[in-house]
Write a protein of this length. Structure first.
Length: 430
């Protein structure tokens, strides 16, 4: 019994042969299936897993999620404790370095990030080239990618110092690019970073500073923004992080990889969901229309944005924190009426068999958009803020990957197209 504990015995019914493959950390290696063949020249058995629903692509020490019970931990620390007691930059340090910083390390880290928030003036001109109604996410994807042209040494992945500089620059410049994209979209001159302010406070400054000599963020809204960034900082192998890893596996520089990750985040099934939630709540319009919306979702005519998750099959722990945070923000901003529609939607959905059966619960995006809206952030900026928050997570995974042994990411396919056929000249095709 004990001898076979960590192995799996597979019988191939095509040949009658039996194989024993090791089981490590609850997984079999797909490459161990390759030995299973029907004849000598057979390529060997592949595993087929569209959308990677049951495939672990990496061994990672960054973030732990138990989606069945709603646990999220960064480097072992529960998200609830980090949201309560930490700051975004401290969490960024934790994710990238593996441990919480001591006071000296934190001071240096905050200093380094704060002193790299400015972007090259030429990058500003790049931003100016976008059409006035360009979506800020489109602008962000392009300008993050463009950063690689300003820092060609970013390709020197083996140089620890160069690597550190790219890490600092990416985290520091993301909010500047994000805020500049917004200012461009409303035709206002850019507000430069203010080094006296916190990371979140400076972001609000770059969004809203107009003629005042010094912008002073409201401390509640500044803290709310910081907590939202913490909640979005990492989520293990999600679509954008997987993109970051896939691009980086070719040894591309981290700016190009982060541009790809930002693009992956843009879609409404991933980071774009917070924007989509707000549009959905706006469309529903009032609490009495909620049952109709639920019915549409059940009939497959409406995807309830902010509901459901590939990993969480219970309440997303981040959604709980955001829900509490919403009430603190409303004390300052006044209540956003969309919250009533959201609460009613959640109430009805959580009692409905369709949602119970499919384990569909609110995810982080369900309430985050309502807070952002209350703070005064325009809907088109929601995903941009998500990208700013997720940047340390992308970097932590990139850094983890290139610090160890890795290979070019390159999945296999099951070819289902035509077998060989000969070219037919145009005049002979029917
Ligand atoms: N509204 C209504 N029905 C849903 C929803 C939803 N939001 N999500 C899933 N379902 C249903 C599907 O129709 C399907 O039903 P079926 O079995 O009758 O066909 C079943 O639940 C399973 O859904 P899948 O799409 O197969 O689940 P998957 O794990 O692929 O999807 C996803 C996860 C993409 C997040 C999905 O739940 C969704 O689209 N949600 C809305 C978008 C969203 O909020 N995205 C943010 C995710 S969190 C983040 O990225 C930060």
């Amino acid at each position: 019994m004990t001898e076979n504990q960590d192995t799996l015995t597979i019988t191939d019914n095509r040949t009658g042969r039996t194989y024993e493959v090791p089981v490590t950390d609850g997984a079999v290696r797909a490459m161990d299936l390759r030995q299973i063949k029907t004849h000598e020249s057979d390529f060997g058995l592949l595993s087929y897993d569209p959308a990677f629903k049951n495939t672990a692509n990496v061994r990672s020490r960054v973030t732990y999620i138990d989606g069945d019970v709603g646990i999220l931990r960064y480097r072992g620390y529960p998200i609830e404790q980090l949201a309560e007691s930490s700051s975004f930059l401290e969490v960024a340090y934790l994710l990238i370095n593996g441990d919480l910083p001591d006071a000296g390390q934190l001071d240096q880290w905050v200093y380094d990030i704060t002193h790299h928030t400015f972007i090259h003036e030429n990058l500003k001109q790049f931003m100016d080239g976008f059409h006035h109604d360009a979506h800020p996410m489109g602008m962000l994807v392009s300008t993050v990618g463009a950063l690689s042209t300003f820092y060609p040494e970013a390709k020197d992945l083996d140089e620890a110092e160069a690597r550190y500089m790219q890490i600092v620059r990416l985290i520091a410049k993301m909010p500047t690019l994000a805020a500049f994209a917004y200012r461009h979209s409303i035709g206002m001159r850019y507000a430069y970073p203010d080094n006296d302010l916190s990371f979140a406070g400076n972001f609000l400054n770059m969004m809203w500073k107009t003629t005042e000599l010094k912008y002073e963020p409201d401390p509640v809204l500044e803290r709310a923004m910081d907590v939202l960034l913490i909640l979005h900082a990492d989520h293990e192998q999600n679509c954008s992080t997987t993109t970051m890893r896939a691009i980086s596996s070719s040894d591309a520089d981290p700016y190009s990889a982060a541009a790809g990750a930002t693009a992956a985040l843009y879609g409404p099934k991933h980071g774009g969901a917070n924007e989509a939630v707000l549009r959905m709540l706006d469309r529903i319009g009032s609490v009495d229309k909620v049952p109709e919306a639920i019915q549409d979702a059940k009939d497959g005519e409406l995807r309830l944005m902010g509901f459901g998750h590939r990993v969480y099959k219970t309440y997303d722990p981040r959604a709980k924190i955001v829900q509490q945070l919403a009430h603190e923000v409303f004390e300052v901003t006044g209540k956003n009426p969309l919250i009533d529609i959201a609460v009613e939607l959640e109430r009805i959905a959580l009692e409905d068999e369709y949602f119970i059966e499919r384990k569909l619960y609110p995810n982080v995006d369900f309430y985050s958009g309502i807070i952002l809206k209350a703070i005064g952030i325009p809907t088109s900026m929601f995903t941009v803020i998500f990208a700013t928050g997720r940047t340390p997570g992308w970097i932590a995974h990139w850094n983890e990957m290139i610090s160890g042994a890795y290979k070019l990411g390159r999945p296999r396919q099951l070819y289902t197209g035509a077998t060989k056929r000969d070219f037919v000249p145009l005049n002979q095709r029917t």
